[in-house]
Design a protein around this ligand. Structure first.
Ligand SMILES: [Zn+2]
Ligand SMILES: [Zn+2]
Length: 754
């Protein structure tokens, strides 16, 4: 007879771990107990040594689908003569080290019951089990038990209670367990928030959607605005009401077969769509088919499968629905019922609400398969708060405040970095409030009290100002593009020196100018700027971001191609204002210098006549990528500068584009020439950095790498040059991944101080 005490760390609560251990112990004929505690799951087993060994082998090999074990600790103890194996109530005795499970889309078992007329949960929109259902968005504190979730207001009915307490039931300790008799219910409200008289809110919702109405529907991480994707008039109305002229809408489809009618879907993409997180997956449109108004001018469509049973029921009746976060432009997504009715007045024609409160707002996540791997674009529902692990632990708990656009924050304890969900652009008061709410909530549920705060170098970012106003032992500033480099190094667990090709929109440089087309060399602690796009002025500052024609004027002026001004996609008034713009740039008035690669894309998009103004972030650059004819490589080696360190001269590239346009070359081909030649410029610079510094590793990061054409071209060329290339697979390459880099840099500096 032998006794072993085991502590299992990782995502082990709320994922059916204890019932699985219970069954395993019974199968191995062992006695003892299992319980959740704040470190994870504690198991005590007593029995014959051979049986214990079998148990340990299976514990390591057969983990339940949603569990993720990071560490197992064992110690031998004195047998206490346990006569059974039992599941004990949760205890709290130390800091929570347990990882909170992200929200999980409906599992096959639950979907089967949902459509079984003989099941007591037939068509019940809140069906869930230990393998699926809401998690992160309903938790108020650890341990993950029903009283610490928004389900605490629903008393289990006898039948649900029986399932909940039966160790062999698949709903054993499923905290959100519910049924039509005891659980949350749906309600339909009109635009004023008054209940609509209907026996079947779901059926009435479908009737209204079919009629062309726009519904605000409460999901798992917040409200969506929902509309029939095939009703072009409704989609146009939704765009008008939301103030969203052209930015693509995401779609929810009933199943993979439906998606395949519109997009090419690889096996890897099927896996991405079907994973527990149910993210939006960007997929290539099939030639000749389209859903008008959904993603104008884009070769990609964003599809997701139903993320909750409620959405699965909607999908049964409507094969493709537009699903967009319920908010005005970039404000945070609405989550509360009353909040929704107030904030979404004028957006929705009706509200489908429920009474299971959402404690954390969480948008849909977005991913895309590029170069054989899933790349996050927005890390949100289904992915948070699963941590990213550092190569070495941080000496002290940290909070990283992220950047300005696509903000996320991160908390670090030991080697675990916990990311917040996508918070959004910190340029409006409600986003700043959400930012503070996220920090508060994550600190509370993870019980992390950060000792030091990490922030961007930009003095005007709201996240920087917020950080500097908080008490902390140290405030650690990290340069924006160094954070990008550190992020891609950290998620690849690389600590040795690295070259970084960081192509980005804007970031504050150490010299006070705006950077964004950078070749950096360095490690986690320090970096130097090996090369950069030769800076040009941004006439009008941030106005030049919204109006790419201004960047075209700046680049044409730098390249002495002033004759081309009159060909730009400008209004007559804008054309008339060009002399003023030139004067502004000469006198350096409101014309900060920038080496931004994103702004160069904007300029070229305007040169090719794509657009003078944008209605959503990076629109011009996206359209330039879409324009490029990628079937054949087009390289202009003559325009590459001899020197590929320090300032990289892109003016010959601009002159070449003007000449190609004058010669009548197809714009599709010119767009491809720009992509290939720009990639080559940075690859050559990386080669020079390798020779100078004897480092063969290069990391790719920055928002411009959301451009899959540029990313694939650059990746292929770097691999040809025999570089070891680090890319993002866990956090976005855009500013949504900055917080990881901030943590990694701060942790490395703190370690060095010791
Ligand atoms: Zn389930
Ligand atoms: Zn019940």
């Amino acid at each position: 007879m032998k006794r072993i005490d085991i502590t299992v760390h990782g995502i082990v609560q709320g994922v059916g771990f204890r019932p699985w251990i219970y069954r395993l112990a019974h199968e191995c004929r062992l006695n003892g107990h299992v319980s959740n505690n704040s470190e994870g799951v504690h198991i005590a087993i007593e029995g014959q040594p051979g049986q214990i060994e079998r148990f340990m082998q299976r514990l390591r090999a057969e983990t339940p689908p949603l569990a993720h074990i990071t560490r197992i600790e064992c110690s031998e103890g004195r047998p206490q003569g346990a006569a059974t194996f039992r599941i004990l109530a949760s205890s709290r005795d130390s800091l929570p080290d347990t990882l909170i499970s992200p929200d999980v889309g409906p599992c096959p078992d639950c979907l089967r019951e949902l459509s079984d007329p003989n099941d007591r949960r037939f068509h019940y929109p809140f069906i869930n089990c230990t393998n699926c259902g809401p998690r992160f968005t309903i938790i108020s504190a650890l341990p993950y038990d029903r009283p610490n979730t928004s389900m605490h207001v629903f008393a289990l009915c006898p039948e649900c209670a029986r399932e909940y307490h039966d160790p062999v039931d698949r709903r054993f300790h499923a905290q959100p367990n519910a049924c039509p008799a005891c659980g949350p219910t749906l309600k339909l409200l009109d635009t004023r928030g008054w209940p609509l008289d209907t026996a079947d809110p779901l059926q009435e919702t479908i009737t209204r959607l079919r009629r062309g109405e726009i519904g605000a529907i409460r999901g798992i991480g917040g409200f969506h605005l929902v509309a029939d994707a095939f009703n072009a008039e409704t989609v146009a109305t939704l765009r008008r009401r939301k103030g969203r002229a052209e930015k693509p809408f995401a779609l929810m489809a009933r199943d993979i077969a439906t998606i395949r009618r519109y997009c090419r879907v690889s096996e890897a993409e099927v896996r991405s769509l079907q994973q527990a997180a149910r993210p939006i997956v960007l997929l290539r449109k099939k030639a000749g088919v389209d859903i008008p108004g959904v993603a104008p001018g884009n070769r990609w469509l964003g599809f997701m499968l139903p993320s909750t049973p409620l959405h699965a029921l909607l999908s049964e009746h409507m094969s493709v629905l537009v699903m967009t976060s319920a908010n005005f432009s970039e404000e945070p997504i609405a989550i509360g019922n009353e909040e929704a009715v107030q904030r979404l007045a004028g957006l929705a024609d009706f509200f489908l609400i429920h009474d299971r409160d959402i404690l954390q707002r969480c948008d849909d996540a977005i991913v895309r398969i590029v170069a054989g791997a899933e790349r996050p674009i927005r890390r949100a529902r289904g992915f948070v708060p699963a941590p990213v692990f550092l190569h070495k632990p941080s000496p002290a708990p940290l909070l990283a405040c992220g950047a300005e656009l696509k903000n996320t924050i991160a908390l670090c304890r030991g080697d675990a970095v916990f990311f917040s969900q996508h918070i959004g652009d910190l340029d409006n008061p409600s986003a700043l409030a959400f930012f503070e709410e996220c920090i508060r909530h994550l600190q509370n549920v993870l019980e992390i009290r950060p000792q030091h705060l990490v922030h961007d170098l930009h003095p005007e970012y709201l996240s920087t100002k917020w950080a500097l106003a908080q008490p902390a032992e140290q405030h650690i500033a990290v340069q924006h593009h160094h954070a990008h480099l550190a992020a891609v190094m950290a998620e690849n667990r690389v600590h040795a020196p690295c070259i970084g090709i960081i192509l980005d929109g804007t970031g504050y440089g150490t010299d006070g100018t705006i950077w964004g087309g950078e070749v950096l060399t360095g490690d986690m602690r320090e970096f130097s700027r090996f090369a950069w796009l030769q800076p040009v002025p941004m006439p009008g500052g941030s106005a030049a971001i919204r109006q790419p024609w201004r960047m075209a004027v700046s680049w044409l002026n730098a390249a002495e191609q002033q004759d081309f001004f009159s060909h730009l996609p400008c209004s007559p008034q804008q054309l008339d204002s060009i002399p003023l713009l030139l004067q502004m740039m000469r006198s350096t008035l409101n014309s900060p210098l920038t080496s931004s690669c994103g702004r160069l894309f904007d300029a070229v998009a305007a040169l090719l006549g794509l657009r003078g103004e944008i209605s959503y972030e990076a629109q011009a650059a996206i359209e330039l990528e879409m324009l490029a004819d990628a079937r054949e490589r087009v390289l202009w080696p003559e325009v590459l500068p001899d020197g590929v360190s320090a300032a990289l001269d892109a003016r010959p590239l601009i002159r070449r584009i003007v000449a190609e346009l004058a010669a009548g070359t197809a714009r599709e081909k010119i767009a491809m020439g720009f992509h290939c030649t720009l990639a080559e410029l940075f690859v050559r610079s990386a080669c020079a950095a390798r020779e100078a510094g004897d480092c063969n590793r290069v990391g790719l990061s920055g928002g411009v790498f959301q451009n899959t054409l540029l990313f694939e071209l650059m990746l292929a060329r770097l691999q040809e040059e025999k570089f070891e290339v680090l890319t993002h697979k866990q956090v976005p390459s855009n500013d949504g991944g900055i917080a990881l880099g901030q943590i990694a840099v701060a942790a490395a500096r703190l370690r060095a101080e010791r």
